[in-house]
Structure formats: structure tokens, C-alpha cells
Design a protein around this ligand. Structure first.
Ligand SMILES: Nc1ncnc2c1ncn2[C@@H]1O[C@H](COP(=O)(O)OP(=O)(O)O)[C@@H](O)[C@H]1O
Ligand SMILES: [Mg+2]
Length: 337
């Protein structure tokens, strides 16, 4: 029996569809209820697609996962897949520990040391918060004084992961891109939120007391995102926003298989095997014709991948087909149970 925490619009919709169609027994559970262990008594596995912006999940989803694994139950996402989720600081150590090709990343927990480094660093650099998605907390740092401003703030009053100004900027970008009535109306929603903080912004703690910088990798008009689920991998190419260096969240996606370098597929498979992860999305940018990992995430917005024309097998063979990635997750998980 598989326990599923259902959340409309998340991976769970298709998990339920898959298990129902295959006649695999499952029950719906509520992970936020204190009696979750009781609910899972008859289950030997739990699947829960929790999001980085769900402040409740962030409080305990990892701990619940580790506890269930201790008791011998299976979880999706399991600890190897999820411990570094929405945590770029954790990912720095993770990728360095296994010698994966990663964008050089510099982290400081002391303001004086950070400033000393910034005084002699080369620019541009990229400053990020450890959490966030869609490039919301990713900033280009052009020079020392830019770096100093960010260092002062992160070791001072700190940053909000969910930032109202970012939210508005994002909506303006979507309006500029789409010029639709919906995108125009969304701007007013963004403006309203400038006054009225979004729930998420209020509920999340302030990010402070660490400074995360990456070397800026120039010359990329796009990034490559590869998602590995078990023995399959599929990918998209995301073009950067106009006049910007950031691809994630741009919504400008290319699905042509020939635009996805096979070396990214190979690296994603290899790194994923090393990490022992069930499902991870790897973002790559190119430096001197070599792909470097920017970050990883087990969670992603499912709609963006629906037009994918196929996937690669572990042997790097192309399988042209339409597919639901959630079915892959469910299929792999049901084999464990
Ligand atoms: N060090 C870097 N050099 C060049 N481009 C980068 C770098 N880091 C991020 N980017 C660009 O910015 C985008 C967002 O960065 P990322 O770290 O993936 O943040 P998010 O978690 O918000 O997606 C990436 O998709 C990539 O296009
Ligand atoms: Mg990203």
C-alpha cells in the first residue's frame, strides 16, 4: 500500500491516475496531521510532492522523510533526492564532494572574510540566496561596491526569499513578453502585493548571515535543464530573458531534441547515479564548450515539460514519445513497494 499526500496541480494528480489505472493499492494521507504515522501504518511507502514555497512542508517534510526511512518505509522524494532541495548552499558541498562539474561557488559565514574576498575577486559574479526558484533570488554583481551592498544586507537585515518587489518585476517581465490582458491584470496583482505581503513572504524566515556567490559564466543565451527519473532523462533549453542572463522562469522554452547536448544527458545520468537520487532536474550553463551544473531540484513545474517529444534511456538511446514524468516516478516507486 502506498500513501499519497495529494495536492491538486502537483505531481500527485498523475500518481493517483497511474496507480488507479494499474490497480496498485494506495490511500490518501495528510502529512500535516500529527497522526501521520498511524495513517501510514498499513503503508510501506509515502509519496508527497511538497513545494519549496509551502512553509509548513519546509518545517517538517525532510524530518518526516528521514523518520519514515529509519522505520524501513520508502519515500518519494527520499532523503538522497531531497536533503539539498531548495538549498543551493547544501548543493555546493554536495557537488564538490563528488567532484561533479559545477559552477565555482564561494560561500562565507563571516562578513569580514566575505568583504576581504570581494575586494580582490574578479567581476561579474552572481549572488544568490540558498532558496527560491524561477531566478527570483539570483542577482548579477558587477563590481566590488555591488558585492559590498549585498554582503552588508545579508549580514544585516537580510533578505526575504519571497520578495514582493521581485514578484512585481516578474509580472512586468511576463507582460512585456506576452502583452496579454491576463499578464496585464497580473501586474495589478503584483502591485497589490507590494502593499499586502503575500502569505509566503510573511511566513518564511529571513535569509541572513551567509553570502553565496558563483562565478558568472558569460556567453550563455540559454541554459539546459535535464531531468533524470530513474533510467530516463529528458530535457529542455530555456532562453534567457531579453537583456538578462537568467533563463529559469523566462518561460521561453525550446523542446527540439537536437538543441539538447547529449553530454548534458550523460553528465546528468552519471551525477544522478552517484547521488542515488530518484528524480532530479539539473540546470547547466556552458563554459569553454563544457557544461557546468548550476543547481538541482527534485521539484519543477510539470506543465513546462508536457511538450517534450521524448526521452533518453540510460544507454543514451532516444525514445520518441509523449509521456508523463509523474508516471515514471510512480512506476519506479511501485517497484520498491
Ligand atoms: N553562475 C552563473 N553564471 C551564468 N548564468 C547563471 C549563473 N547562475 C545562474 N545563472 C542563470 O540564472 C538562472 C537562474 O539561476 P538558478 O541558480 O538556477 O536559480 P533558480 O533556482 O531561481 O532557478 C539560470 O537558469 C541561469 O540561466
Ligand atoms: Mg534554476
Amino acid at each position: 500500500m502506498i500513501g499519497i499526500h495529494a495536492r491538486a496541480g502537483s505531481f500527485s494528480d498523475k500518481w493517483i491516475e497511474y496507480f488507479s489505472a494499474k490497480g496498485i493499492p494506495y490511500k490518501l494521507v495528510d502529512c500535516c496531521d500529527s497522526n501521520i504515522m498511524e495513517q501510514l501504518e498499513e503503508c510501506n511507502g509515502l509519496m508527497w510532492h511538497w513545494a519549496h514555497h509551502d512553509h509548513r512542508a519546509v518545517l517538517f517534510a525532510r524530518q518526516l522523510t528521514y523518520a519514515l526511512e529509519t522505520s524501513g518505509k520508502y519515500v518519494f522524494p527520499d532523503s538522497k533526492t531531497v536533503w539539498h532541495f531548495d538549498d543551493k548552499v547544501g548543493q555546493k558541498y554536495l557537488f564538490e564532494s563528488i567532484g561533479a562539474p559545477v559552477v565555482p561557488t564561494h560561500i562565507f559565514y563571516n562578513k569580514t572574510i566575505a568583504i576581504k574576498w570581494a575586494m580582490t575577486a574578479s567581476y561579474p559574479k552572481v549572488f544568490k540566496l540558498r532558496g527560491g526558484a524561477g531566478a527570483e533570488n539570483v542577482f548579477i554583481i558587477k563590481n566590488y561596491s555591488d558585492a559590498k551592498k549585498h554582503i552588508d544586507k545579508i549580514f544585516g537585515r537580510g533578505y526575504k526569499v519571497k520578495n514582493r518587489l521581485n514578484f512585481l518585476k516578474e509580472r512586468l517581465w511576463h507582460f512585456k513578453r506576452d502583452r496579454t490582458l491576463t499578464s496585464f491584470l497580473n501586474i495589478s496583482k503584483g502591485l497589490a502585493r507590494l502593499v499586502l505581503p503575500k502569505e509566503a513572504e510573511k511566513k518564511f524566515p529571513t535569509e541572513k548571515n551567509y553570502a553565496y556567490f558563483q562565478d558568472f559564466i558569460p556567453g550563455n543565451d540559454s541554459d539546459i535543464r535535464i531531468i533524470v527519473i530513474g533510467d530516463r532523462a529528458f530535457g529542455i533549453k530555456r532562453m534567457v530573458r531579453k537583456g538578462d542572463f537568467r533563463a529559469s522562469g523566462s518561460g521561453n522554452i525550446i523542446y527540439d531534441k537536437n538543441e539538447i547536448p547529449i553530454e548534458c544527458i550523460r553528465i546528468a545520468f552519471e551525477v544522478n547515479a552517484r547521488l542515488g537520487a530518484q528524480c532530479l532536474a539539473y540546470d547547466f550553463v556552458y563554459k569553454d564548450k563544457k557544461p557546468l551544473i548550476v543547481e538541482v531540484s527534485y521539484s519543477y513545474s510539470r506543465e513546462a515539460y508536457i511538450p517534450c517529444p521524448g526521452y533518453w534511456t540510460r544507454e543514451l538511446e532516444w525514445v520518441p514519445t509523449s509521456f508523463f514524468p509523474e508516471y515514471f516516478m510512480a512506476e519506479d516507486f511501485s517497484k520498491l513497494i
